[in-house]
Design a protein around this ligand. Structure first.
Ligand code: NCD
Length: 308
């Protein structure tokens, strides 16, 4: 990845770029932000175009841009408050917004939105979540957090937990993990919420062993990382409540916490519903708020890298 390049999917990154460039740059950005920011991207404008709700992704991108001295133009609910309501295509919107900004950060309900946007955009497009398919910047900050918390990414056992059918963060993270050595993945999901075959094929091709269970407590003592995700109810038209009952076998309970090794960490892309009980937040293994904090330096590093 370099200047003027798009950030479309997790697979586009290689570990040399991550460990050699992006993560060290994020370390620098953390220090820079703590010192009050810089003017590296002054006179540069970021457009955040969000067709789906978001708090932390949008705000952390906007915060990252401001901390680098840049400016932000933003449409928070692009589905209703943009020309989409007048029938404009995503492609036309991207063509037009490219004249207003030096980078476009896009969240959209269609799986192929970022690819379509990148095809017509004259400025870099950063995918901030596309459909149920990809959320590459979340996966980057997830991996950065694992590296910071455990000191290494190679040789970890990780449980990916929750609604794996619809959760885009897990998909992106699984693709990134496949680039590291000696990784072991346990997929933990409610009945009917299994991860897509395509990901399993990708893992097999890359020699990553994986297993499946519905019972988080059973495997909690064997993992270094538990990555929790919420039930993705907004993608389900009806009977969401009955499906949610199946998801309940994967909750992070006190029993899971007791079995989890002392060195292990618990991650969550947030927002959390009821899947991690709140009293666990004060446990040192609860790394999800530190993970969320890492969103700003990782996104500063990405903006610094893609904006000319
Ligand atoms: C995730 C998303 O939008 O996919 N949120 C986020 O960006 N932190 C996860 C989710 O909504 O469950």
């Amino acid at each position: 990845m370099g200047k003027r390049h798009h950030v479309i999917e997790a697979r586009q990154f290689d570990r040399e770029m991550l460990e050699g460039e992006l993560f060290p740059l994020a370390d620098e950005m953390k220090i820079l932000a703590a010192r009050g920011g810089a003017s590296i991207l002054s006179r540069r404008i970021m457009a955040s175009l969000f067709y789906q709700p978001s708090t932390r992704t949008r705000l952390s991108f906007e915060s990252a841009m401001y901390r680098l001295g840049g400016e932000v133009i933003s449409t928070e609910n692009a589905k209703e408050f943009s020309s989409t309501i007048k029938g404009e295509s995503l492609e036309d919107t991207i063509r037009v917004v490219g004249a207003f900004a030096h980078v476009i950060v896009l969240r959209h309900p269609a799986d192929d939105a970022a690819i379509r946007a990148a095809e017509v955009s004259r400025v870099p497009v950063i995918n901030a979540g596309s459909g149920t398919d990809q959320h590459p910047t979340q996966a980057l900050l997830d991996l950065y957090t694992i590296k910071k918390e455990l000191g290494h990414i190679d040789s970890i056992s990780i449980a990916l937990v929750g609604d794996l059918l619809r959760g885009r963060t897990v998909r992106s993270l699984a693709y990134l993990l496949a680039k590291f050595r000696n990784i072991r993945i346990v997929f933990v999901y409610g009945e009917g919420m299994a991860v897509h075959e395509g990901i399993l094929e990708h893992l097999t091709e890359h020699g990553v062993p994986f297993s499946h269970t519905h019972d988080l407590a059973r495997i909690a003592s064997e993992v270094d990382v538990i990555y929790m995700t919420r039930f993705q109810k907004e993608w389900i038209a009806d009977n969401a409540a009955s499906l949610q009952a199946a998801y309940d076998t994967t909750l992070f309970t006190e029993e899971v916490a007791q079995r989890l090794p002392a060195h292990a960490i618990v991650l969550h892309p947030l927002p959390r519903n009821q899947e991690i009980y709140e009293a666990f937040d004060s446990d040192p293994r609860a790394a999800y708020f530190r993970q969320s904090d890492n969103g700003v330096p990782i996104r500063m590093a990405l903006l610094r890298t893609v904006i000319a």
